[in-house]
Design a binder for this molecule. Structure first.
Ligand SMILES: [Zn+2]
Ligand SMILES: [Zn+2]
Length: 400
C-alpha cells in the first residue's frame, strides 16, 4: 500500500475511536436510530460527502463520486443495537438500561465514517463512485432493515455494480481479517408452536390432555429432523429458545407456546424443514389428542459471497495487511445477516474483522453483554472498506 494512503488511513483512527465510543454510549434499537443517524449525517457533512437521510426509514446514504466515470460499489455499515444489558464496565458503556451494542454495529458505523473520509480525500484518484450505506435494523429479523433501503432505491442512481460489508469477529485476532467465497452466514428463520390440551386436576391426568408432555415429545421429535432427515453434509440447526406453559403446580397444563429459530445454508433444506416439522407436530398432537398451531416465518437468506469480488478484495487486503493476516474461513457460520438481501441482488463480499487482542483468552462473543471488541481493530476495518472500494473500482472500470 502506498505511503500516502497509509498515512490517510492512520490519520482517521482517533476520530473513528471517538465516534465509536459516542455511538456505543447511546445505543438505539432497530428503526429507532435517531441519534446514530444524526451523528452519521453530521460527520458526512463535516467531511463534505453529499448524503441522503431517511432512506429505508432511518438509513443514511452518502455518495462519493470519483474524478472519472466508472462502476459503483456500495459499502455497508449497520447502526442498530440489541436489547441486552451491557456488562463490560467500560467508561463509555451504554447509558441506556437494557440496550447495548453487543453486536459491534457501533464499530461498523464508525469505521465506515473513517473510510468515507479517506475515500473522500482520494476521490480524484478514483474511477467510479462509492455509495456509503448506513443501514438501520440489521437485527430486526425476519424483515431486517436492508429491504427497506433497497425498496427506497439504493441500487439506482448510480447503479450499484458490487457491494461489500464487514463484521467484527471475536474469534479472529486483531490485525487479521477473514474472507470466504460462497456461503458466509446462514438463512435465519423463526417459528412459533402452540400446543393446546385440556386442563384438569394435577392428580387426575386421565381427565385432561397434558400440553406439557405433548410439547416435550414435540421438542424431542423435531430434533430428529436434524439428525435423521437433513443430509450429513448439509448443515442445519433447530433451536427452541422459549417455552411457556401451565399456570399452577397442581393443574394439568392446557397450553404451551414455544418459539425458536431454524438456520440452514442450503435453500432446499430451508424449504423442507417446515414441512417436516409440521408432520411431526401433527403426528404427536394427533396421538395425544392435542390441537396445535404452527407458523414458520422465513427470515434472512444466507449471505453468499461472490467468488470474483471476494478474490479482488482479498488480494487487495493481502497487499495492505500481508498474506499471514488475511485468513480463509473454511466453513460458513450459522448466524443470520440481513446484508444477504443486498448480496442476492449484486455481487458482494462479506469480510470479518478480527477484534480480539493478543493474549486475551475466552473473549465474550457477539450478542453477549460483555462483548468488547479491541479498538485496535478499527484501523483494519477502515482498510478493508477502502481496499474493497479501490480494488473493485479499479478492476471493474478496466473491464468497462
Ligand atoms: Zn447481531
Ligand atoms: Zn451484527
Amino acid at each position: 500500500m502506498d505511503a500516502k494512503l497509509q498515512e490517510l488511513i492512520h490519520a482517521v483512527e482517533p476520530t473513528v475511536k471517538k465516534h465509536r465510543r459516542e455511538i456505543h454510549a447511546h445505543p438505539e434499537l432497530g428503526m429507532q436510530e435517531v441519534k446514530t443517524a444524526a451523528l452519521v449525517q453530521r460527520e458526512l457533512a463535516r467531511i463534505g460527502v453529499p448524503y441522503t437521510a431517511n432512506v429505508g426509514k432511518m438509513g443514511v446514504v452518502g455518495l462519493i463520486n470519483g474524478e472519472k466515470p466508472g462502476p459503483c460499489i456500495a459499502l455497508r455499515a449497520d447502526m442498530d443495537a440489541l436489547p441486552i444489558q451491557e456488562t463490560t464496565g467500560l467508561p463509555f458503556a451504554s447509558q441506556e438500561p437494557g440496550i447495548c451494542h453487543a453486536c459491534g454495529h457501533d464499530t461498523h458505523t464508525a469505521m465506515l465514517l473513517g473510510a468515507a473520509e479517506v475515500l473522500w480525500n482520494i476521490r480524484h484518484d478514483l474511477a467510479g463512485s462509492v455509495k456509503l450505506l448506513f443501514q438501520p435494523a440489521e437485527e430486526m429479523n425476519p424483515t431486517g432493515g436492508m429491504p427497506f433501503m433497497i425498496e427506497d432505491g439504493i441500487l439506482m442512481n448510480p447503479t450499484v455494480d458490487a457491494a461489500m460489508a464487514l463484521h467484527v469477529s471475536s474469534d479472529i485476532p486483531t490485525g487479521s481479517v477473514g474472507y470466504r467465497p460462497g456461503a458466509m452466514s446462514a438463512s435465519s428463520n423463526r417459528f412459533f408452536i402452540t400446543i393446546k390440551g385440556k386442563a384438569a386436576h394435577g392428580s387426575a391426568p386421565d381427565a385432561g390432555i397434558d400440553a406439557i408432555v405433548t410439547a416435550s415429545q414435540v421438542i424431542m421429535g423435531i430434533q430428529t429432523i436434524i439428525s435423521r432427515k437433513v443430509k450429513a453434509l448439509d448443515s442445519a440447526v433447530l433451536t427452541i429458545g422459549t417455552i411457556k406453559g401451565g399456570d399452577r403446580y397442581n393443574v394439568i397444563a392446557e397450553t404451551v407456546s414455544m418459539e425458536g429459530t431454524c438456520r440452514t445454508h442450503n435453500p432446499q433444506v430451508t424449504a423442507m424443514i417446515p414441512l417436516l416439522m409440521e408432520q411431526i407436530i401433527k403426528g404427536i398432537c394427533d396421538a395425544s389428542g392435542c390441537n396445535y398451531e404452527f407458523r414458520f416465518d422465513s427470515g434472512y437468506p444466507a449471505v453468499v459471497s461472490d467468488e470474483k469480488i471476494t478474490t479482488l478484495v482479498k488480494d487487495e487486503l493481502v497487499d495492505m495487511l500481508g498474506e499471514e493476516r488475511v485468513i480463509y474461513i473454511p466453513t460458513p457460520r450459522m448466524g443470520g445477516e440481513d446484508f444477504a438481501f443486498l448480496a442476492e441482488k449484486v455481487p458482494s463480499t462479506f469480510i470479518r474483522i478480527g477484534c480480539t487482542a493478543e493474549g486475551v483468552t475466552n473473549p465474550a462473543p457477539a450478542h453477549n453483554g460483555a462483548f468488547d471488541p479491541d479498538e485496535d481493530c478499527f484501523v483494519v476495518g477502515v482498510k478493508a472498506y477502502v481496499a474493497a472500494a479501490m480494488s473493485v473500482l479499479r478492476e471493474l472500470s478496466s473491464q468497462k
